[in-house]
Design a protein around this ligand. Structure first.
Ligand SMILES: [Zn+2]
Length: 413
């Protein structure tokens, strides 16, 4: 009973320890899984961040290209501006030339008109005056011819001048056309520059957005790294705890085992002491049933039967002694039988408790009665040869729970 309860305690303790270790291991596994997951998430964010950084560098390149384009366009605008002002100057000069040419033409026209006036418009009076002014008719004719010649020269000159004026005018027209084109170019360049500036603005905004995203991602990554680190620390702490716990449980189990061994030893010692004490008590209390007659004529066990012949089992020991010799109780107890019984003859049985009883047979006379309390060494009967007997002797039996045991061994205890 004691042993089995101890066994159950050990089993329960074992289960408790293993289950707690199991729970503990589970927790660590969970943390490890979380760590793995966190690391994977971190990698995802890292690659996303790299993509964003790539995107940003692409945007930066675009912005730089746009700025180059803007500078080029600005240069173009400046160049066009100077071309325009040059053209404007040229136009002004041409304009002046034109005015001058027209003035010259006007002057020449006036001269021609006055000549022609002189020649024709004054009518006959004029001619008469010229003619009157002439010395003679020949001189008159000469004068008229001269005037005609000069007038013709004037006409030619005017024609020349007009041609020149037309050239100047067309040159001016050309310059004006050129200026108009330049202004258009410049206008285009300006709107291109504006577009480039808008693009640059868009890219700058985009870059700011990407930078903000990168900032958030970097922050997230830092948080993830911190989480990973704290998880790692947590796992290390749990593992350390687990190691400590296992070590403690091992020590506790060792101590329990030592204690159990100690208890077993003590128990064994106690049992041994009790046994020794019991055997001492028994030795102290058992008596040889026929004092002064120690020879055993027939031992316990198989033997050749002295009366019936053949091998028979002998249920006790035979101690020969003269008739009338006192037979004593081998131990103290209570008489449970005292009578004549067939082959046993006069027989006494004494109960000693704990399932042990002794039997005394072939008595010439029984000296106790049923229910009587007897002490070890007290006479219970006298030697005889009643029942199935070959001569005066005591047939002595010891029974344990009704079955015979070797009396010699019992008496020795
Ligand atoms: Zn016998």
């Amino acid at each position: 009973m004691k042993r089995s309860s101890k066994f159950i305690t050990v089993i329960a303790m074992f289960l408790l320890i293993t289950s707690s270790i199991y729970v503990f291991a589970n927790e660590i596994d969970e943390k490890k899984d979380s760590l793995k997951e966190a690391e994977q998430q971190k990698k995802v964010v890292e690659s996303q961040l790299q993509n964003k950084q790539l995107e940003e560098s692409e945007i930066i390149e675009k912005i730089e290209a746009l700025e180059m384009d803007i500078i080029e366009t600005e240069n173009e605008i400046t160049r066009l501006e100077s071309q325009i002002s040059e053209t404007v100057e040229k136009i002004e000069v041409t304009q002046e030339d034109l005015v001058e040419a027209e003035e010259t033409i006007g002057e020449k026209n006036d001269t021609l008109e006055s000549r022609l006036d002189t020649m024709y418009r004054r009518g006959n009076i004029g001619y008469i005056e010229v003619l009157l002014g002439s010395g003679d008719f020949t001189e008159l004719l000469t004068n008229m011819d001269m005037i005609r010649k000069i007038a013709n020269q004037d006409v030619e000159l005017i024609e020349e001048l007009e041609e020149q004026r037309n050239l100047i005018a067309s040159k001016k027209k050309l310059l004006e056309d050129q200026q108009a084109k330049l202004v258009t170019y410049q206008h285009d360049a300006k709107s291109q520059k504006e577009e480039l500036q808008v693009s640059r603005g868009t890219q700058i905004t985009l870059r700011r957005e990407v930078q903000s995203t990168i900032g958030h991602m970097a922050e997230e990554l830092t948080q993830m790294e911190q989480e990973s680190q704290s998880l790692e620390a947590e796992i290390q702490r749990l593992q350390e705890e687990e190691r400590a716990r296992i070590e403690a449980e091992r020590k506790r189990a060792e101590e329990a085992k030592r204690a159990e061994e100690q208890a077993t030893k003590e128990q064994a010692a106690k049992e041994q002491a009790a046994k020794e004490q019991a055997s001492q008590e028994q030795t102290g209390s058992t008596r040889w049933p026929v004092p002064g007659h120690t020879r055993i004529s027939s031992p316990y066990g198989n033997r050749t039967h002295p009366v019936l012949g053949g091998t028979r089992f002998h249920s006790g020991i035979d101690i020969p002694a003269p008739s009338g010799t006192p037979v004593v109780a081998a131990a103290s107890g209570r008489v449970i039988m005292s009578q004549y019984s067939g082959s046993y003859g006069n027989v006494v049985i004494v109960d000693h408790g704990a399932g042990i009883s002794t039997l005394y047979a072939h008595n010439s006379r029984n000296q106790v009665s049923v229910g009587q309390q007897v002490q070890a060494g007290q006479t219970v009967a006298l030697i005889g040869s009643t029942g199935m007997s070959t001569g005066p002797h005591l047939h002595f039996e010891v029974r344990q729970n009704g079955s015979t045991i070797n009396p010699t061994n019992w008496l020795r205890n």
